[in-house]
Design a protein. Structure first.
Length: 181
C-alpha cells in the first residue's frame, strides 16, 4: 500500500502536489459539499481546526459533487462560500470523485484502510440508512463513501486510524481527534 504522504492530489488551483507538507501532523480528511444538509459541519470543522491546529491538527477539505450535485461551482467559488459563511481557513483542494471509475487515489487509499462501519443510531442515521438503502440496497457491503462529509482520521505516522460517517456526532469526532493529538 502506498504512503499517504506520497499520494498525488490537486490543490484548489489544480496544481499537482502531495500531502508531504502534512507529514507529522494529525489529519482529518473530509469530502465536502456546500449545498448539503451536513454543510454546517464546516463550522464545527473550523472550530476544531482552530482549537487544535497548534497541537498539530490539519483539516483537509476535498469538495465532491458526486452526491446530489451538492457541490456546484468552481473551487474558487466554493472557497469563497466557505470562508465568508463559516470562516473556513483550513486547506481546500480541487473537486474530486470519491467513488467509481474516476475516484482519486487518496480516497481509494482511505477506503481500503477504513471501510464503512455503519451510520450509527439516531434520527439522522435512520434517515441515511433509508435514503442510501433505496438507491444502493447493498451499501453496507462496500467501503464506498456513502455521502458528503465522510471524515477520515490519520495519525502523525500517516496511518488511517478511523472513519466517521456524516451522521456521527461532531463532539464524538472531536473527542477521537483530541485523543490522537
Amino acid at each position: 500500500m502506498a504512503n499517504i504522504f506520497d499520494i498525488r492530489v490537486l490543490d484548489k488551483d489544480k496544481n499537482e502536489t502531495t500531502l508531504e507538507a502534512y507529514k507529522g501532523k494529525v489529519l482529518l480528511i473530509v469530502n465536502t459539499a456546500t449545498e448539503c444538509g451536513f454543510t454546517p459541519h464546516y463550522e464545527q470543522l473550523q472550530d476544531m481546526y482552530e482549537k487544535y491546529r497548534d497541537k498539530g491538527l490539519v483539516v483537509l477539505d476535498f469538495p465532491c459533487d458526486q452526491f446530489g450535485h451538492q457541490a456546484p461551482g468552481t473551487e474558487q467559488e466554493i472557497a469563497k462560500f466557505c470562508s465568508s459563511r463559516f470562516g473556513v481557513n483550513f486547506p481546500m483542494f480541487a473537486k474530486i470523485d470519491v467513488n467509481g471509475e474516476n475516484e482519486t487515489e487518496l480516497f481509494r487509499f482511505l477506503k481500503e484502510a477504513q471501510g464503512f462501519k455503519g451510520f450509527g443510531e439516531g434520527q439522522q442515521a435512520d434517515f441515511m440508512k433509508d435514503f442510501v438503502g433505496k438507491a444502493h440496497p447493498d451499501y453496507e457491503s462496500t467501503s464506498d463513501i456513502k455521502w458528503n462529509f465522510t471524515k477520515f482520521l490519520v495519525n502523525r505516522e500517516g496511518e488511517v486510524i478511523d472513519r466517521f460517517e456524516p451522521t456521527m456526532d461532531m463532539a464524538e469526532v472531536e473527542e477521537k481527534v483530541a485523543a490522537v493529538l
